[in-house]
Design a binder for this molecule. Structure first.
Ligand code: ZN
Length: 347
């Protein structure tokens, strides 16, 4: 059997190709893919050939947030049935390294994260019509939701993991800087965790409208109304927690200025080196912590999406068939219009 797939050879060089698909082996399943979201990292690979120190150094099949239907079961697979809609967890920790043994598989020293150019050889991703994958990476999505919604389990898991870094958010006042898909999903996760005020900032009104639909209580366009955010700097800062999702230096500066003394800043957005005012970090006794990907939150994310306790539909802005992937990636790069752009596969 043959599959169509996307392969990225370098900046702006994305090709539709064909490859043989082997039948699923023991413990594996064959999936007929149905939806795959373009993530910021996929977009950076396409637009810039990478981000920070992570560079596309050999051809890579992108895509790490996808869902499909079980089409065949390898030997020994239980708990899945042909026809099930599943979301694929792209994390493949080794299970044996120091951090896996410490129950910290998120920091696995040999993590194979599908569609990632972080290590050589690159891990191949999910933008293909047919995918053979270990059954343990497949989580059932139930029967209520669309494949596109199921494919949002991965980015929502990122949002839930970020929210979990902040501890108890019940009754808290939260700022989210950056209203791309991750920022909007962090806002949804913060509301789900009980935050009473979730203010979201961005430069694009369309993104802020989606954040409102995802549960933000207030939005601020910091291009058009920066004074609305600086008002939160009063009395040494108002927010209990800031989730910085833009990876923009001015946003991190705003976070430091608007968070209360002893407040927490969770850095979710990723970029290379930037500078920050250590005097304010020290003077306000702030905590600044990073949040990478997700751990056990993947199944939780899918369960929240599967019964629409968190309804992800507002962030899904566009669909393109796999053979129009270049248009899809170009669309994803237009933040004035796009939020989560997804590919679709065989009908
Ligand atoms: Zn490991």
């Amino acid at each position: 059997m043959e599959t169509r797939l996307l392969r990225l050879y370098g900046r702006s060089d994305l090709r539709l190709e064909f490859a043989e698909v082997a039948p699923p082996r023991d413990g594996e399943v064959l999936l007929k893919m149905a939806a795959g979201g373009i993530c910021g990292s996929d977009l950076h690979y396409y637009q810039d050939g990478g981000f920070g120190p992570v560079r596309v150094r050999e051809p890579i099949i992108p895509g790490h947030e996808a869902a499909g239907y079980v089409a065949a079961l390898g030997a020994g697979v239980s708990g899945l049935a042909i026809g099930d809609l599943v979301a694929v967890n792209p994390s493949q920790p080794c299970g044996t390294c120091r951090f896996c043994r410490e129950d910290l598989s998120i920091h696995c020293q040999h993590m194979r994260f599908m569609g990632s150019a972080m290590h050589l050889p690159h891990e191949q991703g999910m933008f293909r019509d047919w995918l053979v994958v270990p059954a343990v990476q497949c989580v059932s999505a139930g029967t209520l939701i669309t494949p596109g919604e199921a494919a949002c389990a991965e980015p929502l898991a990122v949002g839930l993991h970020a929210a979990s870094q902040a501890g108890d958010l019940e009754g808290r006042s939260v700022l989210v800087t950056g209203a791309g898909p991750i920022g909007a999903l962090v806002a949804a996760a913060a509301r789900h965790a009980g935050a009473t005020a979730v203010i979201v900032t961005d430069l694009a009104d369309a993104a802020l409208e989606r954040a409102l639909a995802m549960g933000a209580t207030e939005t601020i366009n910091v291009r058009h109304a920066p004074e609305s955010l600086t008002a939160f700097e009063n009395d040494k800062g108002q927010f209990d927690v800031v989730f910085e999702c833009s990876a923009a230096e001015p946003a991190l500066r705003s976070a430091i200025a608007t968070v209360r003394p002893r407040g927490l800043i969770v850095q979710v957005g990723v970029t290379g080196d930037i500078t920050l005012p250590l005097n304010a970090l020290v003077g306000k006794e702030l905590r600044l912590i990073g949040s990478q990907r997700f751990d056990t939150e993947f199944a939780l994310a899918l369960s929240l999406i599967a019964d629409r306790r968190i309804d992800v539909r507002p962030i899904i802005s566009h669909h393109f068939p796999i053979n129009e992937a270049v248009q899809a990636f170009e669309q994803a790069g237009d933040r004035s219009m796009a939020s989560k752009v997804q590919l679709t596969f065989l009908p």
